[in-house]
Design a protein around this ligand. Sequence first.
Ligand code: ZN
Length: 199
Amino acid sequence: MIITAHSSHGSITFGSETGLTLESNLCGCDDCPQVERFNIEEYCTHYGKGVPQDVDILDLGYWGKDGEYVEPAHDWRKDVAKLRAGLPLEEYSAQIKVTSPQIKPEPDLHEVAMIAAIMGDSDGLDRLYEFVQHNRDAGYILTIDIIGGWAVEFYQKYKNTNWENLLEDPVKVGFSSNVCCWDDAVMEFAEQKFEEYKK
Ligand SMILES: [Zn+2]
């Protein structure tokens, strides 16, 4: 299996058995991680399972091309473990405002999931991820947490919308005239939220 490690500098693919780098798609700056081989064994020992197909580079130890070993980001792992357990992250909540409106008891989960999938599939996700890493000192989990919040917000704002009517004149409700279908609107909404978030 080929695994992709994601970082703010781009991504690196490697083999799940060997951990050896297959391909680097990095930005090429001086701080780009120069990975010779990822430490698969350490990950498996730590989590008791194999490395997933997509992984945050912070979650992996690796040997650099210079022979130096770089430890996985242990503090980051602890934070992610807390997030997964639903516990608050004190050190984050102080500096970050993530608006995640509470979902009603009987939401259209399928629709929210579709909205989140569209938002996560657009290239806005990469830009948000990069922004979060450079400006919020956080990573992938926060990024998808933000996207999830936007998806819920979009769902709640437009759940009673007659889309045929809206798409006849999208400018009237704050979209651009380029919006000609529902998924365009979802993507543009995410763009708008990203612009707000960056302020
Ligand atoms: Zn770089």
